[in-house]
Design a protein around this ligand. Structure first.
Ligand SMILES: [Zn+2]
Length: 474
């Protein structure tokens, strides 16, 4: 009898402890989820800090902690270059930036998006108030190096990805600023909160010649041996011109980035075929990266329909007049990926898995089962790859700066010259990839307000491909 009473007492105590434990977690997390929106609407700093006191971490693929809550404080990457190189992507718990991991994964990070069973299990283990960790495909080391590549320039962006799996290894935008400035909302350089890698509208300039080539190669009017004597003068009133390249075929025109040649290709194939080709690329439908918004690409060259001069500029990739061509560095990296993948590119992603406080993993993507999309027919992509490899191998090309000894590098550069502004107003672009099965890396770089040609972006891109090889696949 005594034994029984003791057992009953123990059972009651256990029940009581459980009830209190369960209650706290459930009630607290429910409260959190009900008031989640307040955080976005400008909750005061003290209450935000409390909310994030036990929030989960944001972790890079190489184990570098990008955000964590320690001693009740939200902290960001310890290394300043990693912090600067991931600031617009990771985001701030104060939500001064909205298109970020901190904001879009807030429910997981605070732990208030769980099912009731999972929450009860966590409460039982005494971890009910902790948030989940978000593991990214981003590498801390590569983000730091990418930031340093862009640092010399006023502004720019860089996307480095694995073209077999779709993992984004680095996505960097400059200017950037320390997280402490963002949280205080003070001393923020102009546009430092804007994520150029995902949300800018860059004009592709001569990187567009990959599309002009592809459209020409699939045109009913295609002539394999078409050559042209480039004097530099436009072939149509107000049309595409350049410094003059002499006798050009497709290989040499691509390497030299001859505007006159590519302008003539646009006219030979015609606006209708060229437009149809651009519309079928599918890049206008890429408007997200996991839960992050991406500005979709836009191509509209219909203004060149009855204007041969304008159409020739479309072929050269300089969207003058009412021609429209704009895309983000992410789109540019996907074009490089599609050529590298012999026409197919993987769905890009940045969140690999969510891990709860009991180490239960929810995989967001499976790297071994990338879902592939087709941009080019396989034989067309192989021809484009040849052109891009030849471009880098040609000592006549600024892209020669992208060569890495012993490795096949493919690429296309571009320089955008803005009209009616000072000479010191060019944008340099480069997309490239390693045509090496063991190093499936593609990169896109844009640097703004540069003085000379695209050598700047070319060199930054080459360096990133080299770093990606050095650091390997994690
Ligand atoms: Zn030319």
């Amino acid at each position: 009898m005594k034994q029984l009473i003791r057992n009953i007492k123990i059972a009651l105590v256990v029940l009581l402890v459980l009830t209190i434990g369960l209650g706290t977690g459930l009630v607290y997390q429910q409260y959190q989820s009900q008031t989640e929106l307040l955080a976005v609407a400008g909750e005061n700093k003290a209450s935000l800090r409390t909310r994030y006191a036990q929030a989960g971490s944001i972790v890079a693929k190489d184990g570098v902690v990008l955000a964590q809550s320690e001693d009740g404080q939200r902290q960001y990457a310890e290394d300043i270059y990693v912090q600067l190189g991931t600031s617009q992507l990771v985001g701030d718990y104060t939500h001064h930036m909205s298109n970020t991991i901190e904001t879009q994964y807030q429910g997981e990070i605070l732990g208030n998006k769980r099912g009731i069973t999972e929450q009860l299990l966590l409460d039982l283990a005494g971890r009910g108030l902790q948030g989940d960790d978000v593991h990214l495909t981003i590498q801390g080391d590569l983000s730091s190096l990418a930031y340093q590549e862009l640092e010399p320039y006023d502004a720019g962006a860089l996307v480095l990805m694995n073209y077999k799996t779709g993992e984004i290894l680095a996505s960097v935008s400059t200017p950037a600023t320390e997280m402490s400035n963002i949280i205080r909302y003070e001393d923020i350089p102009d546009t430092a909160l804007f994520n150029r890698a995902l949300n800018s509208a860059y004009q592709p300039a001569s990187t567009f010649k990959v599309f002009t080539s592809a459209a020409w190669l699939t045109s009913p009017n295609f002539q394999p041996d078409f050559t042209l004597e480039c004097s530099g003068e436009p072939l149509y009133p107000g049309g595409a011109r350049d410094k003059g390249h002499g006798l050009m075929d497709l290989n040499e025109a691509f390497a030299a980035s001859c505007n006159v040649y590519f302008g003539e290709l646009a006219n030979k194939m015609g606006e209708e075929h060229f437009s149809e080709f651009l519309n079928n690329l599918g890049l206008d439908k890429i408007d997200s990266l996991d839960r992050l918004d991406v500005r979709p690409a836009r191509y509209d060259i219909s203004a060149g329909k009855n204007d041969a001069g304008l159409l020739s500029w479309a072929g050269a990739g300089q969207p003058v007049g009412n021609l429209i061509a704009e895309e983000t560095p992410l789109h540019l990296a996907l074009v490089a990926s599609a050529v590298a993948g012999h026409g197919d590119y993987p769905e890009p992603y940045v969140v690999e898995k969510i891990v709860n406080p009991l180490q239960r993993e929810t995989r967001v993507h499976k790297a071994d089962k990338a879902s592939m999309k087709r941009m080019f027919a396989p034989e067309l992509a192989i021809r484009l790859e040849q052109l891009m490899i030849h471009g880098v191998e040609s000592s006549e090309s600024v892209q020669y700066n992208a060569a890495i000894p012993g490795v096949k590098v493919a690429g296309k550069s571009g320089t955008l010259e803005r009209e009616n502004v000072e000479s010191y107003q060019k944008t340099g672009l480069w997309m490239g990839f390693l045509a090496e099965p063991n190093y499936p890396f593609a990169v896109a770089v844009v640097v703004e307000n540069v003085e000379t040609s695209s050598e700047t972006a070319v060199v930054a891109g080459r360096n990133m491909l080299q770093y990606a090889m050095d650091y390997g696949i994690q």
